[in-house]
Each structure stands twice: as C-alpha cells, then as structure tokens.
Design a protein around this ligand. Structure first.
Ligand code: NAD
Ligand code: DAU
Length: 350
C-alpha cells in the first residue's frame, strides 16, 4: 500500500491519473494537492470526495510549510508531480507564473521530500511529470527524441519544464533522492481544459465558430491518449530505476491541420446535418517560436519496462469527441468559471 501526494490532480492529466489510480490501486491513499488555478477544476475529481482513501488539499506546491505538513502528517511515500503552468501560449503572454510554479514550485517539492524522507527513502519515489518539449524542435527527417537527446527548449513553458527536470536530476545526484522523470508527448482525452487544440476544435466546431490553425498548420505533434500516459507513469513508478528518465509517446505523429480535419470528420459522423465542419478552419497568425515537430521514441520504456499504449488513435479520438459531446455541462462550467464560484462557496476559500 502506498500513500501518494499527487500534485495538480484537478488538472487534465492529474485528474485522469487519479481516476486511473483509484481504479487500478484501490487500496492506496491519495492526497491531491492543487492550487486550483484557471486550469484546475474540482469537477474533474468530483465523485471521489466520498472515497475514504482520497483527500483534496487546496494549496500550492510552492508553499513549503503546507507541502511538508502533508508529507509528514499523511505519511506520503510517493510524490507524483503534475502541478504546472502548462499552456505554451499563456507562457508567451505571461511567463512569470511558469517560472514560479514550474521551477520554484518543483524546487520546493524536492526540498520538502528530501527533508521529510531524510534518507529513509528506499521505498519512496518522487516522480516528476515532464514533457517532450524540453528537447526542442525536430526537422522532418530527424529521428524521434530519445532520453539522450540534448535539451533545447524554445518557449518560456518548455524552458521552465527543462529547468525543473534539471533540478530533479540534481536532487538525485547530489542528495540521492529517489527521483524518476517522465517526458511525454501531447495528450488528448477527457477533462482537457477547453483552450488546448483538440477540445478547442471540438467545442468551436460544435458551435459553428472558426477553428484557428496557427501558421501553415503543418506543425507536427505526437498524440497519446491520456490513459496510456497514466499507465506509463504507473509502470515507471513500479519498475523505473531511480535517477533515470523515461520517454512516453504514442508513435502517432499528426500535422495540426490533419488533426483538426479528423476532429471535424468525427463530429460530422457523430452529429450529422451540418455543412462539413472543415469549412470552419481559419488560418491565423503563428505562435512565436512555434516548434515545428515533436516525435517521441518510447523504446526504453517499452523494451526495458514492458509498457505499451493500449489505445489506437482512431478509437481514442472518437472516445474523446464523444466525451465532450456528453459533457456539455462540464464544458460550460469550465469555460464560465462557475466551478470556481462553486469551489469558493463549497470550501469557503478565496
Ligand atoms: P493542466 O494545466 O490541465 O493542469 C495543471 C494543474 O496544476 C491544474 O489543476 C492547476 O490548478 C495545478 N497547479 C498549477 N499551479 C499549481 C501550483 N503552484 N500548486 C499546485 N497546483 C498547481 O496541465 P496538464 O495538461 O494536466 O499537465 C500536467 C503535467 O503534465 C504538467 O506538468 C505538464 O507539463 C505535463 N505534460 C502535459 C502534457 C499535455 O499534453 N497536456 C504532455 C506532457 C507533459
Ligand atoms: O508536447 C507536450 C505538450 O503538449 C505539453 O507539454 C503541454 O503542456 C501541452 O499544452 C501541449 O503543448 P502544445 O503547445 O503542443 O499544445 P496545444 O494544444 O496548445 O497546441 C497543439 C498544437 O496546435 C501546437 O502546434 C499549436 C497548435 N494550435 C494550438 C491552438 C490552441 C493551433 O494551431 N491552434 C490553436 O488554437
């Protein structure tokens, strides 16, 4: 039995991870520490409040006192750090929060774990969830990123994640903290905040609004169904070697324009009766410093630890579109901020 501190568990991947963990490891205890920024949504973990093995803690990973108190009082032996500012576009318009949470917040968590575990950490694990964006941008014929690819981050977001990865590495080499790092490609699936590409396109296409495609739409991303990311983290937690990093990806490269068209076609099939939704595609100004291509080589995780993604993209994208169709209330509340009002009233916080 483990006691996990999951940070950022009200966000997209963190919430999916908690649902995954409760399903697969129901005896384990989970403390979900989340600051509930614009991206943190208590709706994502609604339904778990009655579970005696689950507890929500409102606060920041950058609050040393709170983090230490949770680690000590709850007897945490496993930290899974999802908490981050995660949106590249927001990092371009306002980088400061990214530096604070992604870099200083990770530092604070590492220090708290080091102090709490004090070397009695043989069975403890600190897993840091990171991104393929730390490796920079690939040319059309380049081999996918491996764990040996040098870091070359190009956005404030990816630079802050790269910095946090370096901190995690240093805490292993200097202090022997039992850390693991995963670098994953683009996730898609339920609960993704509606400003990221796939949910944005689904929702705008449903509402007949323009579908904004940056630049020429030929940028390439490697898409992985979120549940497969969760199973990858599970595999690394149980079998990964402390100090090592593991890439997680879908072997599933798509240009943005093809992804947008695929979502449109899926919606046309599931909700027919409109003109082809592709007609809504609108090319807009490119993202500054827009990385051209990401592709992940997950060979280390697959061959050494036996992980494999279970969801074919063809199925995962239909499941995802269906989820957004069936959860229009979630979309409305996420967009309106109503859930934040709810949270303030429910938990009496500012
Ligand atoms: P998200 O933006 O949906 O969720 C982030 C969560 O962190 C939110 O609930 C937010 O309230 C919380 N948070 C932010 N600052 C915090 C703080 N200081 N203290 C506590 N909680 C805080 O992000 P996501 O897409 O779920 O990504 C989760 C993690 O996975 C991030 O570290 C991200 O870098 C990484 N990642 C994401 C993807 C992807 O495709 N989305 C791919 C690879 C890696
Ligand atoms: O690669 C992993 C990363 O994937 C994670 O580390 C990030 O946290 C996550 O947000 C995601 O970053 P991206 O920048 O790739 O995701 P986003 O959904 O913002 O954009 C996907 C691609 O689509 C990217 O090339 C930009 C483009 N795009 C995005 C939006 C929001 C558009 O063309 N139009 C849009 O409106």
């Amino acid at each position: 039995m483990r006691t996990l501190l999951v940070t950022g568990g009200a966000g997209f991947i963190g919430a999916n991870f908690i649902h995954y963990w409760v399903k697969h490891h129901s005896d384990d205890r989970i403390i979900n520490l989340d600051a509930l920024t614009y991206a943190g949504n208590p709706d994502n973990v609604a339904g778990l409040e009655g579970n005696t093995n689950y507890r929500f803690a409102h606060g920041s990973i950058d609050d040393a006192g709170l983090v230490r108190q949770l680690l000590d009082n709850e007897g945490v032996d496993t930290v899974v750090n999802f908490a981050a500012e995660s949106h590249v576009d927001r990092s371009i318009t306002g980088p400061e929060d990214f530096m604070q949470t992604n870099i200083h917040g990770t530092f604070t968590l590492l220090e708290a774990a080091r102090a709490a575990w004090q070397g009695n950490d043989e069975h403890c694990r600190f897993l840091h969830v990171s991104t393929d964006e730390v490796y920079g941008s690939l040319g059309p014929d380049d081999a996918p990123f491996t764990e040996q690819t040098p870091f070359a981050p190009n956005s404030p977001y990816s630079a802050s994640k790269a910095a946090s990865d370096h901190l995690v590495r240093a805490w292993f080499h200097t202090y022997g903290l039992p850390v693991l790092t995963t670098n994953c490609s683009n996730n898609y699936g339920p609960y993704q905040f509606p400003e990221k590409l796939i949910p944005l396109v689904i929702i705008n296409a449903l509402e007949g609004k323009p579908l904004p495609v940056y630049g020429d739409g030929k940028n390439i991303r490697d898409w992985l169904y979120v549940e497969d990311h969760c199973s990858g983290i599970d595999t690394v937690l149980s079998q990964g070697i402390p100090g090592e990093t593991y890439n997680i990806g879908g072997c599933n490269e798509w240009t943005n324009i093809d992804i947008v068209k695929r979502v449109c076609q899926t919606l046309d099939e599931l909700r027919p009766g409109y003109a082809p939704r592709e007609n809504l595609i609108t090319y807009v100004k490119d993202r500054p410093g827009h990385d051209r291509r990401y592709a992940i080589d997950s060979g280390k995780l697959m061959q050494r630890l036996g992980w494999a993604p279970e969801h074919r993209f063809e199925d995962g994208i239909v499941k995802t579109v269906e989820w957004y169709l069936e959860n229009r209330d979630w979309v409305e509340r996420a967009r309106s901020g109503e859930y934040r009002n709810y949270y303030r009233q429910q938990y009496n916080v500012d």
